[in-house]
Ligand binder design. Structure first.
Ligand code: HEC
Length: 266
């Protein structure tokens, strides 16, 4: 029979197990949020966490290699425009090949750059004396690799499912009507785990999906909060409705006005 037992009818010891588990998992959730912030905030140069930061994290910085940013930024005044264009063309049109480097780019580097950018001149600056060295500055930032995403996916799928399994199992003892709302609160977090993982891959391909990463994360947090607070509140402070109390935590069926106690089906 599908009988439902409210927190109030569980032994004190079991409620202690639940309470302590919720406290520690809740703390864990807070740290997880700090971690997300620490890892992603500020990637776009703005210290807060935004969809842009996630876009960069998953799909990479668009239009920028280190060399290009330097040529458009701090190194702009080090060479005339035509020469800068030669270097940019070499990166974007000649696939940064060694032949065209030696033919066209090396002479520019030698006259404009290596007085500062060589191991002898300044070991703290990237050396620009050879094709190999310069190539290191034009690696495209493609964001997280598929290998990384797969590794993080399986950890998240297993780990977060455990967390929500435990929290929803506890939450299932709370009294929430209509029953479908209770079911939604239980189902949603599991769906958000899948949505969250899917959104990483989608964001890697189509950066606009960064909003889905944020949306599923927010929904997951909201579900966790609802389950957490409802459980804690009903475990310790809530007064269950009279008929629930009279029937030992199992809801009666009231047909002709009398209270018949029988296991309440959900
Ligand atoms: C007068 C010395 C000097 C010359 C000449 C010079 N640079 Fe620089 N470069 C610096 C210094 C100092 C920095 C680091 C500080 C900064 O970023 O402003 C730097 C930074 C860079 C960086 C950024 C490295 C990073 O960490 O991302 C690149 C790339 C670069 N330079 C390329 C060039 C190129 C290409 C040329 C020639 C067209 C050039 N530089 C000419 C002094 C120089």
């Amino acid at each position: 029979m599908n009988s439902f037992l409210h927190f109030k009818f569980l032994p004190l010891s079991l409620r202690m197990v639940y309470t302590m588990t919720l406290l520690v998992l809740g703390t864990g959730y807070l740290f997880a949020m700090i971690q997300v912030f620490e890892v992603h905030a500020g990637r776009d140069g703005n210290p807060s966490l935004s969809a842009n930061d996630l876009r960069i994290a998953y799909s990479g910085q668009s239009g920028g290699t280190r060399l290009e940013s330097a040529l458009h930024g701090p190194m702009k005044s080090m060479l005339p425009n035509e020469e800068r264009q030669v270097i940019l063309d070499w990166i974007n049109k000649d696939d940064a090949s060694k032949e065209s480097y030696d033919a066209r780019v090396k002479p520019i580097m030698d006259t404009r750059c290596i007085m500062c950018h060589s191991a002898a001149a300044n070991p703290h600056l990237p050396s620009l004396t050879s094709h190999d060295e310069v190539s290191k500055l034009i690696v495209k930032d493609e964001g997280m690799s598929i290998a990384t995403l797969v590794r993080v996916s399986h950890i998240h799928l297993f780990g977060i499912t455990f967390i929500f399994f435990i929290v929803s199992l506890i939450f299932a003892h709370s009294y929430l009507r209509p029953v479908w709302i209770k079911c939604v609160v239980i189902i949603v977090p599991f769906l958000t785990i899948l949505m969250d993982i899917a959104s990483w891959y989608l964001t890697k391909m189509w950066p606009a999906f960064a909003w889905m990463v944020i949306g599923s994360g927010a929904l997951m947090g909201l579900s966790f909060a609802i389950q957490w607070f409802t459980s804690m509140y009903q475990m310790w402070f809530y007064k269950p409705p009279k008929e629930l109390l009279e029937c030992g935590g199992q809801l009666p069926i009231m047909g002709d006005g009398s209270i018949k106690c029988q296991p309440y089906r959900e």
